[in-house]
Design a protein around this ligand. Structure first.
Ligand SMILES: Cc1cc2nc3c(=O)[nH]c(=O)nc-3n(C[C@H](O)[C@H](O)[C@H](O)COP(=O)(O)OP(=O)(O)OC[C@H]3O[C@@H](n4cnc5c(N)ncnc54)[C@H](O)[C@@H]3O)c2cc1C
Ligand code: SF4
Length: 502
């Protein structure tokens, strides 16, 4: 096992993400050691450490006189290619084992995808339900979903009323940093002092025991309301009814099957409604597996896609939270403080802003990869590049074809954010205004985005209604929207201001 600074620097990595990965590794190494498993562990502060993955594998292979390089399929193409290249440089055979912490492997996904014109998560999810038998019943000889529906999206997606979540959601379990974690925190402060984010609130699960406690706590206290409110947001409520288990899942402290099975058991025991159990199972056996399938299916070139040809720069406030947009300030501020944001904050606030304002997808996906404690390439990339930036259309596909992960872009004006949260109440902008000094930047960029891509999306059935609304806007008002959006892009540093003429 090796801790190399390269891994915290190839994208700018939040200090809590770095602490979490290293602390979980050190706890795991200690556990292996206590079981009598021999581990060669290179710590960050080890003077011999060359701080790069490839050179440390080479050093270890030579020191141990290795006859073979073997590893579980890593979480990113970069690491897989590095292992293969190192094996080839050292003239050693390389064995890649399947990762058993998932329900499907890339070959199975490729088989499922083969011959399909569109990859629709919903159909993949239904197959997963049939395969696992989760929340299924048999009627005669044919299996069908419990409750007669594959999903309860219509009943879910509720906003909170004016009073907000009532009662307030209990906060997730917080784990006091132990001596191993505290040492990691000190080492990182000394050796990587410039990492973004704050470490003061660090309390993520770093052991299997803590992860199991976090799972139990979620099922006992938050899962019951997870379904209905999974799309809602509320100021000063950073986690609401979400599980916050993604980092424990990605670090393999939890197995996806046990998460689903405990949620299903809670449903059968009458402790949570079907709509919440199903929504949670869907995120894990549906979205999580589907996203990973797309990542491995599309190959290393996937990261470079930019189907909408957007080239703007990531505004500085993504690194500081200093902006007068209340929703962005809250969502980014929370990420800096904790390394976490829930799905709708990622998709409909920070992500939506990036898409409609025209930021380069790679700048966006790098930010998500480094700034969230659960960031690992296989999951960040299709979410950021595909779901958020709608940039993942295959090269050469007709423009009318949709993206791979999303069949339509997830775009929304400030009015959506107003409906699903209370952020707008504290904001100097007005979500329903699209022109003038208090026009909401989301609303301006939303209409500008539709204007910029009107032709491209005109063949997409799912965009018909939205484009009809666009056509109702008068020509002068459209021109004004374009001007205002350009001014905002310059103000936020998305388009660099032209240098003044001497
Ligand atoms: C732009 C963007 C970037 C993202 N980057 C990551 C990332 O780096 N790592 C990551 O694990 N998730 C990522 N997600 C997916 C999702 O937002 C997080 O998994 C979720 O917010 C984590 O919080 P939670 O554990 O409370 O999830 P819950 O809402 O409680 O959901 C339960 C679990 O379902 C899984 N899940 C839910 N949605 C997705 C999804 N779209 N893709 C994959 N798994 C999903 C996660 O494992 C999650 O823990 C990203 C989403 C977006 C829009
Ligand atoms: S008015 Fe616009 S910028 Fe302000 S919080 Fe609402 S959506 Fe965000």
């Amino acid at each position: 096992m090796m801790e190399v600074s390269e891994e915290s620097r190839h994208v700018s990595s939040h200090v809590q993400r770095t602490i979490l990965f290293l602390s979980a590794m050190r706890h795991f190494a200690a556990k292996l050691d206590s079981r009598g498993v021999r581990v060669r562990y290179i710590a960050l502060e080890d003077p011999q450490n060359t701080q790069s993955f490839a050179s440390e594998v080479t050093r270890a292979a030579k020191a141990l006189e290795a006859a073979e390089l073997a590893c579980t399929l890593p979480g990113e193409w970069r690491a897989l290619e590095m292992v293969r290249a190192t094996g080839s440089n050292l003239k050693l055979p390389v064995t890649i084992w399947p990762d058993e912490h998932f329900l499907t492997n890339p070959e199975e996904f490729a088989q499922w995808a083969n011959g399909r014109t569109a990859l629709t998560m919903e159909y993949f999810y239904r197959e997963q339900r049939r395969k696992t038998g989760y929340l299924m019943e048999s009627v005669g000889n044919s299996p069908r979903p419990l409750g007669g529906e594959w999903n309860f999206d219509k009943e879910n997606r509720l906003p909170f009323g004016k009073r907000g979540p009532d009662p307030r959601p209990p906060a997730p379990l917080w784990f006091r940093p132990d001596s191993i974690t505290t040492k990691v925190m000190r080492t990182i402060k000394a050796l990587l002092p410039d990492l973004p984010g704050d470490d003061a609130s660090f309390g993520w699960p770093v052991t299997r025991e803590q992860a199991l406690a976090a799972l139990e706590d979620f099922i006992a206290h938050r899962l019951d309301r997870f379904g209905p409110y999974e799309d809602a947001m509320w100021a000063d409520e950073p986690t609401l009814y979400h599980s916050t288990l993604s980092c424990a899942l990605n670090l393999k402290l939890l197995d996806p099957r046990e998460c689903c099975e405990q949620a299903i058991a809670a449903f059968h025991a009458g402790r949570v409604p079907l709509q919440s159990a199903e929504a949670f199972v869907r995120q894990i056996i549906g979205w999580r597996e589907f996203i990973r399938g797309v990542y491995w299916l599309e190959g290393p070139g996937y990261a470079g896609r930019n189907a909408l040809e957007q080239h703007g720069r990531l505004p500085g406030f993504y690194w500081t939270g200093e902006t007068d947009m209340a929703c962005m300030k809250a969502c980014i501020g929370q990420v800096l403080e904790t390394g976490f944001g829930h799905h709708i904050q990622r998709l409909m606030v920070t992500g939506n802003f990036a898409l409609i304002s025209g930021i380069h997808p790679r700048a966006v996906s790098d930010w998500y990869l480094g700034m969230f404690v659960d960031g690992v390439d296989w999951v960040t990339l299709p979410n950021a590049l595909g779901m958020v930036m709608h940039a993942d259309q295959r090269p050469g596909a007709a423009p009318a074809n949709t993206g791979l992960v999303g069949t339509k872009p997830y775009v929304a004006s400030g009015k959506y954010i107003e409906r699903m949260s209370n952020y707008c109440e504290q904001c100097r902008y007005r979500p329903d205004e699209r022109t003038g000094p208090t026009a909401c930047p989301f609303t301006v960029f939303y209409w500008d985005f539709l204007l910029r891509y009107r032709d491209r999306f005109s063949h997409n059935q799912r965009m018909r209604m939205i484009l009809k609304n666009l056509d109702r806007i008068s020509a002068p008002a459209r021109t004004q929207l374009t001007i205002d959006a350009d001014l905002l892009r310059t103000k936020f540093g998305i388009t660099p201001a032209a240098p003044e003429k001497a």
